[in-house]
Design a protein around this ligand. Sequence first.
Ligand code: ARG
Length: 568
Amino acid sequence: MTELKSLIAEKISEIVKNNYGTSPEICDIISAFEYPPDDSMGDLAYPCFKLSPIFRKGPNVIAQTLADQFDCPSVAKAQSVGGYLNFFISDEYYSDKLLKGIIDKGQDYGKTDIGKGQTVVLDYSSPNICKPFHVGHLGSTVIGHSIKKLHEFVGYKCVGVNHLGDWGTQFGKQIYAYKAWGNKELVEKGGVDELVKLYVRFHEEAERNPELNDKARAEFHKLETGDEENLALWKWFVELTIDECNRSYKRLGIEFDSYAGESFYTDKMPEQVQKLKDRGLLKIDNGASIVDLSEYNMPPCLILKSDGSTLYPTRDIAAAVYRHNTYDFAKCIYVTSAQQCLHFQQLFKVIALMGYDFYDKLVHVPYGTISIDGEKLSTRNGNVVLIKDLIDTAVSKVTDIMREKSPDLENLEDVAEQIGVGAVVFYYLMNDRIKDINFVMSEALSFDGNSGPYAQYAYARTCQLLNKVGETEQTKFKITEKPERELLKVLSRFGETVLCAVRDYEPSDVTRYILEVCTAFNRFYHDCPIMSAEDKEVKATRIALTKATKTVLGNALPLICMKTPTKI
Ligand code: ARG
């Protein structure tokens, strides 16, 4: 639709100029376009209200003038209604340009190169070492990865960074606990679970015996100063945790380009602390070093504790500078829960105060909380639900459903895995990211609701249909029915939907768009028979529409971390 919008905008601009002497910019005309709520008002509308005060004419009058003089072969009719200029796209444009365009572009359909030559760094997932990989991190993981895919789709070079929480005084406690009560075999077998148990035990024992805190501090100091034994233990803990996360990443189809976590910046912080000092930004407050941000209505940003140890923000300052120097990014995007909004506001402000001109390329993308309802999931480790357990539950339920529905399917287990994982991801990415989510498993798994299985099923249906009807050599198409036109209209909006999702860091734009495609396709499939269509051109058009739907779904689903099984 983008091409047609430009074409129509140019015509509008020409007519406005001829009649009133000047015209709004083409890009402003394009962004003013609206899609009418129902097709009796056409396929595209241009509201004339903003022109009214400029040209001192009623919006109706302007719309009527435009309608009278509008002439473009791609538009069958331009009609003035209530201050709007409504366009009815011609069937030829639908079939010769839109439909053919989708088929010809195939895997490239919807792609643009607005990001060409630019690098985007994405900091996402970023779990904490020795901590369970729980559903609180699911948002960062899938929203982050989807935003990465979206940026790649529009031409950016992307660097996915897993900023592991792998440094800080808590590792002194972990090491102390392991040395005191741990057991190699148990940890090897139990992984992160076992580490968490040790950590919990440390806190219980330290309640009774506060001296343990000093011992933990000493262990961390040893770690910081390169003690071999402690370094080896720490590395082992890091590997164990990454191994565990990797199992979920693999199922979600996620890979990172870098695992440079907080520890990576140990030797890069002194330079930044010095810079803060040199700029006169550091203040001592109760022994700690802070940057006072009261002038900006924010609490102070903590840089060093009173014992001189660094903190989360200190490591983030060093990380931002390092990434800027290493990747020369056009944007550095951080995806975390909304609880960290203040942290990033402070961070970006401090980086600006330090005189780094890239501060305005840093973007925080927050998301809401998740709660899990209606389903009893194993809640090991207190109240948290592990990502792995959530996915396992979904997959096992899908497997049961499929054993009943399609017992003869080859690779039933593989397909059930793809649908189960997809169901979780789709449900998560369906809502505006900032909204809090209540995860309801039965809704996520419903094969006929607004769900991942519903979307994957529609895709599989296009594949199966095309297998059955075979390819068509016919290149002359003829749109005759409303559901065909409606489907094509939705398909034609893919590219601009992606651009909105990129602009707003909002994968849910694509998720909801996918649902629109599926609904339009199902209606078309129901109302417009393919095999029994007698007219050759009509039949070819319907096959082509099925292929175009397959193309759009096949391009769109991976953008929200979904797999595309061809048979369900
Ligand atoms: N590890 C942090 C957490 O779990 C998230 C890190 C986000 N990235 C960053 N550069 N601060 O809350």
